[in-house]
Design a binder for this molecule. Sequence first.
Ligand SMILES: [Zn+2]
Length: 336
Amino acid sequence: MSISTFGKRRIPVIVLVLCLMAAVGPVSGFAWLKSNTRRVQVVLRDRVMDITTRKETVGELLAELEITVGTADAVNFAMNEPLKDGMTVSITRGRPVFIRAAGKTRAFLSSAATVTEALDQAGISLGPDDYSKPLPDEPVPADRYIAVIRVTFREEVVKEDIPFTTKYVQDPQLEAGLSVVRTKGQSGVADVRYMVTYEDGVEVSRKEIFRTISKEPVPQVVACGTRTEVSRGGTVVRFVRAIEVVATAYCPCEICCGKNANGYTYTGVPAKRGVIAVDPRVIPLGSRVYVDGYGFAVAADIGSAIKGNRIDVCFDTHQEAWRWGVKKLKVYILSD
Ligand SMILES: [Zn+2]
């Protein structure tokens, strides 16, 4: 800076300097002038300016250069920082940063390096449980997008079912393979207090704090048969397991087995009394059985309508089959 560019209000200083120079002699006066001149570098965007100045502070220098510093801009020194020779003063201009908070995204001009600084500049504060993405101490990301997540908590009491447990007890009076519910289970009820965490009003997790049981569950008791012998008409039937089925009588006739019936079962055994048709997933083919109200038989046939706990029992004549009809009964499987 040359003397001629000094503003009016500096004139008294120059007058003082000149007086001083006159008083102490030209040589020492020139030295004083020189010592009061500073060479500094000013960096603004990609412009690097070498400046010689008589200004005292960073703020004065920027004013002299007519560089305005907005609130979104950043200077690497405080405005009242005294200028020193060789100093580099950098001005960073604010760029848009997009901050999403409370469901709204707003753009702010910011020169912030970190997320915290950007939020500060935007006047957005994080509550004790809030957080940001990226995290506050991370740098402002390349896409300049910052999300503020508001975290709140609320206690909630919920009635919850307590499922009942099932107890199995052996029952020697009941046939093996059969089970009977002796006591019906009942669900209990618990009042459960949760601490629910919300992020921007949306539940993200819940933690049980405590629970009180207002109704204890009643365990279900199931009796399982262990009996492997029954007496039928003076005959002792020894069996592996019993099952309850719906049994339908049939005979090899066309009415029972259709026009293409050839009188033979699926396994090749002739269809006659003593043969039953089964679902092989329930009673394996080839099993010897005792059917209540029918007698001993072999599981030798299948049928498209025989699924699950159903069997067909074969009679020699249609009349016998018709008379027998349909019955709900027990089948004793003598061997698997
Ligand atoms: Zn028939």
